[in-house]
Design a protein around this ligand. Structure first.
Ligand code: C2E
Ligand code: MG
Ligand code: MG
Length: 233
């Protein structure tokens, strides 16, 4: 079914806003893929991205997401950013930089409005990945480190590449109101991001208390159900 889904046009993008906490305005949206299966209904990405990666179908799917997200963002009246998730498998394909260039050229979207979200697994295969990151940066595209705090969260990744943004994983944000050590961790990551010239974004903000806390520790940006759920455009 996954093999045929692209040709059948069964994928769609939902968009979730990111809030700039200083100005209170929306700084951009993250594109999140959905699969409208003919009989099973809406399938969330967690249920099919791993299979798409295993079968390498993530390459054409990721290319579609990139083109569709850039095409959509180019029509917006306000020049907000568009964030697109890029899988580690996609990242290892030689054509990624060309793909990004193609999506920008076809849509006319200025490169600085495109932000690619990668996870640290991309950096495990270091040499080539770093080269690709620098090539993407040279295009003017922004790079965010997604889900920070899960996995190894090696600080050496932060030393090796100057990310534009660190997205603090929702598991930390969720526990901030109940566990003081989570506040300390988020606060330290925010301080680190700040010193390194990176934006710290809190993921998964669901309650007003959580929003207060992420503000207090100095997060510059927040995303979560409280601020807006992912929705069709
Ligand atoms: P992610 O990039 O970390 O995206 C954030 C996920 O958290 C989204 O789940 C979003 O709906 C969810 N979320 C946002 N705010 C809240 C909140 O306040 N509470 C809770 N509980 N959840 C919140 P979603 O859309 O199911 O996507 C899951 C993951 O699938 C994404 O995590 C991303 O890693 C992957 N993914 C989604 N779209 C794509 C895509 O186009 N390409 C690739 N390679 N991966 C994608
Ligand atoms: Mg993401
Ligand atoms: Mg995330």
């Amino acid at each position: 079914d996954l093999r045929q889904a692209l040709a059948r046009g069964e994928f769609a993008l939902h968009y979730q806003p990111l809030l700039d906490l200083a100005s209170g305005t929306i700084s951009g949206c993250e594109a999140l893929v959905r699969w409208h299966h003919r009989t099973r209904g809406m399938i969330p990405p967690g249920a099919f991205i791993p299979l798409a990666e295993e079968t390498k179908l993530i390459v054409p799917l990721g290319e579609w997401v990139l083109r569709e997200a850039c095409r959509e963002a180019a029509t917006w009246e306000r020049p907000m950013r568009i964030s697109v998730n890029v899988s580690a498998v996609q990242f290892r394909q030689p054509g990624l930089v060309q793909s990004v260039m193609g999506a920008l050229a076809a849509s006319g979207l200025p490169p600085e409005r495109l932000e690619l979200e990668i996870t640290e697994t991309v950096l495990i295969h270091e040499g080539e990945a770093l080269k690709t990151l620098h090539q993407l940066r040279a295009l003017g595209v922004r790079i965010a480190l997604d889900d920070f705090g899960t996995g190894y969260s090696s600080l050496s990744y932060l030393r090796r590449f100057p990310f534009d943004k660190i997205k603090i994983d929702q598991s930390f944000v969720r526990e901030m109101t109940t566990r003081a050590n989570c506040v300390a961790i988020v606060s330290a990551v925010v301080g680190l991001a700040d010193e390194l010239g990176m934006t710290a974004t809190a993921e998964g903000v669901e309650t007003a208390d959580q929003l207060d806390l992420v503000r207090q520790v100095g997060c510059l940006e927040a995303q979560g159900y409280l601020l807006g759920r992912p929705k069709p455009i």
